[in-house]
Design a binder for this molecule. Structure first.
Ligand code: NAD
Ligand code: AKB
Length: 314
């Protein structure tokens, strides 16, 4: 990739987008990255376009107007929110992606990033999901991500579109709040702990899930996108792992720094979603193909989350 890239980030106000836009601007410059979302950002930005990515015409117009060379397509409805209105979730997740694929094909976009998820796996996967484990997702969100991966592979093979994808685990960040997933508790818990409040968890204490710290997720995303095309051997979605832990383990990690932190458990419908996902992810293919290595484990992440949130709430 060169510094003359013109990158469009769709869904830029969300948990990942708000961090990714800044991260990409650090590499490609302010005007190299056009942010876009349904909603205006909280702080006014020079390079922002209000966009409903379900509108194919509007999306293609922005691609043409800015001479876009790469698209990071983040807009989606996540696992928990998705179950509240399955057909609408399917419609939004798929229509926005088709609009991205077609705008890219017709207007010369060279590269696309498609965020997939551990939600593509389902109940028939073992405790650890391998790169080529069976995909039988239990949520409409997971079904849409698995379909999106297959469409990515199709557009790569049929039209030569250079689409790259990661199956993100639950992402944990201090900069931004999550937007309707099953792993959201693992961000909320830090906010409650730093504010000195009790945390009621919507998952059972021993529900282990794969997670990753935002800093590692940013590193993996750009590393994947900057790898040479011949290093990218998987054109559906790469397994990606950071760490795995249960609510009890994250609470114990927090208690080492904030003694007296209290958690209780009141599982709701998200428990069933969590139980359909693997507990661990084997990301050895990503490590081998393009050199992925995470830098954060649970305690290192906890220390940074608490110290950053203490600055925010002081
Ligand atoms: P989020 O819900 O926080 O943000 C999504 C953003 O997309 C929101 O700002 C929303 O306004 C915007 N959006 C929704 N519909 C849109 C539309 N029609 N047009 C334009 N913008 C629209 O989600 P996130 O956590 O930032 O996730 C980003 C992507 O990464 C998603 O595709 C998600 O599936 C994937 N992912 C996230 C995680 C995670 O833990 N955060 C894990 C796995 C995969
Ligand atoms: C969710 O919980 O829906 C997301 C994800 C793992 O895709 N965080």
């Amino acid at each position: 990739m060169t510094k003359s890239e013109r990158i469009l980030v769709i869904g830029s106000n969300g948990q990942i987008g708000s961090v990714l836009v800044e991260y990409l601007r650090g590499i490609y410059g302010e005007n190299g990255v056009i942010a876009s979302d349904l909603r205006e950002p909280e702080l006014k930005q020079d390079y922002f376009e209000k966009l409903d990515a379900s509108d194919a015409f509007a999306l293609a117009g922005i691609v043409k107007k800015h001479g876009i060379t790469q698209i990071y397509h983040l807009a989606a409805i996540l696992s928990a929110k998705g179950e509240l209105d399955p057909l609408n979730t399917w419609q939004i997740n798929m229509q926005t992606y088709f609009n991205v694929l077609e705008a890219a094909r017709e207007h010369g976009v060279k590269k696309i990033f498609y965020p997939s998820s551990i939600a593509v796996f389902g109940e028939n996967v073992d405790v650890t999901a391998e790169q080529f484990s069976y995909l039988d997702p239990a949520t409409v969100y997971g079904i849409s991500k698995a379909a999106g991966e297959n469409w990515s592979n199709y557009y790569f093979k049929r039209y030569g579109l250079d689409i790259r994808s990661l199956r993100y685990p639950g992402i944990i960040s201090y900069q931004s709040m999550p937007g309707g997933g099953t792993t959201d508790y693992a961000v909320d818990i830090y906010h409650k702990a730093v504010k000195g409040e009790h945390f009621e968890c919507f998952l059972k204490e021993d529900t282990t899930l794969p997670m990753i710290y935002m800093s590692d997720a940013m590193d993996a995303t750009v590393r994947l996108m900057e790898a040479s095309a011949d290093q990218i051997k998987v054109r559906t979605g790469y397994n990606l792992a950071g760490m795995s832990f249960s609510p009890k383990e994250i609470a114990d990690s927090i208690s080492k720094i904030i003694p007296g932190f209290e958690i209780s458990y009141k599982p709701d419908f998200r428990q069933q979603i969590a139980e359909s996902w693997p507990q661990h992810i084997d990301d050895s293919v990503a490590r081998k193909d393009w050199g992925w290595r995470p830098a954060y484990n649970l305690d290192k992440m906890t220390a940074e989350m608490i110290s950053e949130l203490q600055k925010k709430y002081k």
